[in-house]
Design a protein around this ligand. Structure first.
Ligand SMILES: Cc1cc2nc3c(=O)[nH]c(=O)nc-3n(C[C@H](O)[C@H](O)[C@H](O)COP(=O)(O)OP(=O)(O)OC[C@H]3O[C@@H](n4cnc5c(N)ncnc54)[C@H](O)[C@@H]3O)c2cc1C
Length: 433
């Protein structure tokens, strides 16, 4: 029997962030991860000299970026050029990304160009909270007139949310993500695996125990209070605080009588978002100018990550393509569509191919701020003292990894607030962004 102050279940970005903040507050903390390495969906794999994430990953200037800076991570990488093509009716046209492309793009009429530029300018400074309870479609149709301007906005907001259709996502959070994207996303050198390594080191320096290859099988919550964590290998850990940094479905499974708790609502209301991800490393680009494209009438994205990040040891170009999927996705069809996008952007790419990775149905998020949501999950499970949740699905209006870090900090903050220790840990480095 071991005894600690906090057990974090799950060693992805949410779990590691929660563990770091708990340890900063002086809590004896352990992270238990069932895989043989930390990182969850943010790991990277090196294949034939090229670094591949589990699909395209960009770090926007939101909560995660601010948190990682606050923690002193170095985050090596660069902002890519914003110049982009749009894919419309099987052809490439420059999208309006600066004054020159706005002037020359054949996609928009003069009136459309004026509307696009003025909307983007207004949006960059707008308070988006009034749009938290309307869908992306309602926002677009209520704020934009020109049909092509609408199409382009749908495609930008799809890339910001990873959700294929505009009816489910609440507009406010996705518009904030777009505002963050407009400040410039960061492509990380050697992929997000480097970020995980930095988080691992930080946690370890703060004395967090990091255990891999052990699966938590249940949480003992007798009399409505956290008592023990039980693992599949028979390990039992005595604790009063557990942060479940897993999916909502796993969090539900781990807790006895979860049906009588908010975990049931959070699992039932969750809508999973998936994407087909094709990553390739090419010896060289057949069309060096064609590095980035948004699908306008196709739910796809193409980006050469090597234009801003160090992603191969021998100069190979690492390109990520995404197919945003709906409920009835067909991974074989998605692969053909993504290869078609590669044919369009980089004709002859097959002759330059070093290595390829296809992930037919990746879970991008287990849940998000959508129109059918009954309540925001966490930070505490109200029925069980000492039980908390974190993860990108436990969003209170943040998107993707920003929701992972924000929910992790909310969980620790809630835990500490019961002891009056909140201030020292969270407010010593204010004003990062
Ligand atoms: C294709 C793709 C593209 C993405 N692009 C972006 C992007 O551009 N920008 C962005 O901000 N975000 C992006 N994301 C999202 C980002 O990767 C996630 O938000 C983030 O990695 C989620 O971290 P997490 O800790 O919440 O969950 P996870 O990484 O899933 O971690 C949960 C961990 O819990 C462990 N676990 C589960 N059950 C148990 C158990 N019983 N015992 C012990 N351990 C357990 C799992 O093994 C896992 O490691 C993308 C994701 C994908 C898949």
């Amino acid at each position: 029997m071991q005894k600690v102050d906090v057990v974090v279940v799950g060693g992805g970005i949410a779990g590691l962030t929660a563990a770091i903040y708990a340890a900063k507050a002086g809590k004896r903390t352990i992270v238990i991860e069932k895989q043989n390495r930390l990182g969850g969906r943010a790991v990277s794999n090196k294949k034939k000299g090229a670094y591949f994430n589990l699909g395209a990953h960009s770090l926007y200037k939101g909560d995660a970026y601010a948190t990682f800076h606050e923690l002193g991570l170095t985050l090596q990488g660069k902002k890519p050029s914003a110049f982009a093509y749009g894919i419309w009716k099987g052809k490439l046209s420059a999208l309006p990304s600066d004054a020159k492309s706005l002037f020359t793009t054949p996609l928009l009429s003069w009136k459309g160009k004026m509307e696009f530029a003025s909307c983007l300018m207004k949006l960059s400074k707008a308070d988006t909270r009034p749009f938290d309870r309307i869908s992306i479609r309602e926002w677009v149709e209520g704020n934009l007139r020109d049909p092509m301007v609408r199409n382009i906005f749908y495609s930008l907001l799809r890339a910001a949310s990873y959700v294929a259709g505009p009816d489910l996502p609440a507009a406010g959070p996705v518009l904030r993500q777009l505002q963050n994207a407009l400040k410039g996303a960061l492509y990380l050198d050697r992929g997000w695996g480097e970020l995980i390594e930095e988080l691992r080191k930080k946690a370890s320096d703060l004395g967090v125990r990091l255990v891999t290859n052990i699966k938590v099988s249940s949480i003992d919550t007798r009399d409505g209070t956290v008592r023990q964590v039980l693992c599949e290998d028979g390990t039992r850990i005595d604790t009063r605080h557990v942060i479940l940094a897993t999916s909502p479905a796993i969090a539900y499974e781990l807790v006895p009588f979860a049906k009588q708790t908010a975990l049931h609502t959070w699992k039932e209301q969750a809508i999973e978002v998936t994407a087909a991800c094709l990553d390739v490393a090419l010896k060289r680009l057949p069309k060096p100018k064609q590095q980035f494209a948004y699908g306008i009438d196709q739910t796809v994205l193409f980006s050469n990550y090597s234009r801003a990040a160090y992603l191969s040891d021998d100069g190979a170009q690492v390109i990520s393509l995404i197919k945003y999927q709906g409920k009835d996705a067909d991974p074989e069809k998605d692969l053909r569509e993504l290869e078609g996008v590669l044919d369009l952007m980089q004709p002859g790419w097959r002759e330059e191919l070093v290595v390829k990775q296809y992930l037919p149905r990746m879970t991008v998020c287990h849940d998000f701020a959508h129109m059918k949501r009954l309540e925001n999950p966490g930070p505490a499970v109200p029925e069980i003292q000492g039980l908390y949740v974190a993860g990108e699905w436990a969003s209170h209006g943040e998107v993707l990894v920003d929701a992972a870090t924000a929910s992790a900090k909310r969980a620790v903050r809630h835990m500490l607030s019961l002891e009056g220790k909140e201030r020292n840990v969270f407010y010593e480095h204010r004003g990062i962004i």
